[in-house]
Design a protein around this ligand. Sequence first.
Ligand code: AHR
Length: 507
Amino acid sequence: MKTVRVILDKEYTIGTADPRIFGSFVEMLGRGVYGGIYEPGHPEADENGFRKDVMQLVRDLHLSVVRFPGGNFVSNYRWEDGVGPRESRPKRLDMAWMTTETNEFGTGEFIEWCRQSGTSPMMAVNLGTRGPLDAANLVEYCNHEGGTAWSDLRRSHGAEKPYDVKLWCLGNEMDGSWQMGAKTATEYGRTAHEAGKLMKWIDPSVELVVCGSSSRHMQSYGAWESTVLEEAYDIADYLSLHTYYGNADGDTENFLARTMDMDAFISEVVSTCDYVQAKLRKKKKIHLSFDEWNVWFHSSEETNRLMEKTARWGSALPLLQDIYTMEDALVVGEILITLLNHADRVRIACEAQLVNVIGMIMTENGGSAWRQSIYWPFAQASSLAQGGTVYRAVVRAPKHDTKDFTDVPMVELAAVGGKDGGLSLFAVNRDLKEEARISVDLRGFGENALSGATTMHDADLLAVNSAAAPDRVRPFALQGAEIRDGILTATLPAASWNVLTLKETKG
Ligand code: AHR
């Protein structure tokens, strides 16, 4: 067992955890929508075709925002295809995923699904093969009261009241050669600026996310961000970041250190935003929207095979269906901790994606729905941390090196104060063999009692949930945690995700 000391001070805060850090993403891709959130004819489907079993699992995630409809898909999307009477909606080839899109599900269905699942829409416009006018028209369709062609079209589709979509992404991964209508930084920055200008003229209350690099490993990373911001600073509210981690080579120690990369990525993008702010002498700060993150690697070969050979131009194919393991849940827990510990600048984040497609939830067509391992850390952090104060925790932990990282701390931890007092601690012990004995001095936080302690670990790091065993991997009680003389102590098992909650008994 190794010892880890956590130092917290009530005066030493990072910021408020914006509820929108706990967002997710539904792309018109694979079985994310069809057979995922929407499956008319399923025994659990409601009158809209929404699966009620999936809806309940989604509600329990307390999602603040859900991004839609892409992703790569959006870069050739004609949003008009997905509104109005279903029978007249066209089928289109989707070149992002080499499938056929039926357009049975579109904007109106998504908005209704958001309402029912208690989340807010974060919509993306196509700035790949389309431009400012189509983006502006979509905002007019969604957000203008009425009396104009596009807003009256929405009303004729049965939506009297505007959808009032507040958050918009200006395209998706526009730096990537795989993107339909990919652009140089200057081309994209100009287009984003003009699109954003029209969108804000139509509805000044909207907030806009401009595309950063598709990943930290793009060759144009850094230069892309600064050029785009120089072109589009005046209309931008957020800059996007995307990242996916994998363990294809089975080096779990290295895999569990990957959030060191994410941490550096966020700091670098913050610096780039601040550099452009200084260069342009602007008052406004740009915040970050980490609107795609997850573990993604299990399904890559199968997805390529389906896209290239068997099923080119099929519909609702089982693409990107990663089955998540216990160790993936640890990385997801670490990612959530990393996002919280950057709450001063990361204001939006979307786990990618929600159902079936690299999803927290899996379904069978016509069958059951269940939680993947990664569902749990998200659900726990989302229900406890939204809107809380994130403290700057100093973690004195033993460090180790891995193939790609040096000085990797044994324990990652975030400490979040609740609005009505109390504290939640989220901690991953990433050591594969040793327990971590943590002690947290809480004397600056008044008197507290332990109100909950859970852990998630498994002797088999590759254990997964399935239709047959939906609860194989899930949190359970952590024994032995206690507070004595203002000091919290707990033993975190090797390779574990842990949540400790404290209730203030005296301020
Ligand atoms: O989330 C899957 C894909 O990953 C998205 O469509 C794209 O934006 C990213 O490359």
